[in-house]
Design a protein around this ligand. Sequence first.
Ligand code: CA
Length: 453
Amino acid sequence: MPDYSRFTRRRFLATAGATAASSVLLKGCMGNPLSDTATQQSPAAAPAANVAAGDTPEVTTVKLGFIPIVESAPLIIAKEKGFFAKYGLTGAEVSKQANWASARDNVVNGSEAGGIDGGQWQMPMPHLITEGLITNGRKIPMYVLAQLNTHGNGIAISGKNAGKGLGLKINDPDYIKAYEKTQGRKFKAAHTFPNVNQDFWIRYWFAASGIDPDKDIDLLAVPPAETVQGMKTGTMDAFSTGDPWPYRIVADDIGFMAALTEQIWKFHPEEYLALRADWVDKHPKATKAILKAVMEAQQWCDKPENRPELISIVSGRNYFNVPVNVLTPPYEGKYRLGDGKPEVNDFKAGPLYWKDDLGSVSYPYKSHDLWFLTETMRWGFHDGAIKDIDTAKKLLDKVNREDLWREAAKEAGIASADIPTSTSRGVEKFFDGVTFDPDKPEAYLASLKIKRT
Ligand code: CA
């Protein structure tokens, strides 16, 4: 896999090409001397001016993995806008991962063995890696440090199933349940990695309409390109996916969006920044420098006036490698859903990184870790290894480091109004009227009709 973080200015100029998208990207990158500083300074460089005495990071380098989807924008922006360098991490690298399994394998290796120290994760991957549940029993303790974003994901349906009332609520669940009789095979749905966000969103959506995702349909992990090809040829029916796919699926007439995750659970937790615990324990100051840089990037990303520059940077071939026009609508909160559904046009319906109507996006609420682990129990994942709420709470207390987020926020001078004082965001509400009270996760489980436990 190429290491895009070593993309130098020279190579950049050589490969930028002549498209309008690349020209904008070029302007965005070249206009920022700090991003060049970040790649060219040696690790022995003098500490940055913004680093207070005593806060100098133990190291100037860290290697963070990312997947080329909107969730990773704060990491890319922290690098490209020079926020990592500003806090002394002059050699911070962001490294494109081929897929979630590669990211997992690379964090098991760690950067010293050619892997990564951490980066972007679907949930609860850091908890599962900590427990060895998706790493063949190899336990690599990890710490969750911040949430990267909310929104930006959704449920796409192939055009073959248009006109059948597949929306936020599925009007006729029997249409899907009868698929084996009418089509000779079960309704087939895909996500990109099992037992994490995308799998949870589509399971929640099916189950809310009375469809059992383990019995009534086939639900499996498939690479995105293969899924989209299957949607075109009629062998794949649904895709739990994230921006920029929703735009492409509708724009290219491959299908339509049944629902956006912002409609399923407004301001839901999405993907997170997490690092290997051994790296954090060894480098507490560098960890806080990472957090400060990411927080500054998140604030930058949420300013509407910065979105065109954000798009020009992340659309580049070293990052998402998609045209600017594909990323612009979601970043403006504009979604064409297709299949006769009204269009969404609300900045806050798109990806948000720093703040939303419920408070902090960046803060890693333990109550959200608890939902992911409760949902893990709901579906009986990992042979029931998370056997009860007590086990879940012990695990998240070990993995969630909201304490470091708070310390970093205070040191960075974040307004106290933007630093949550509670570890819980409170009662969460889903589109179907179900609520999750973090103080009573058992009541949530009891209220669900379709579940394994
Ligand atoms: Ca996602």
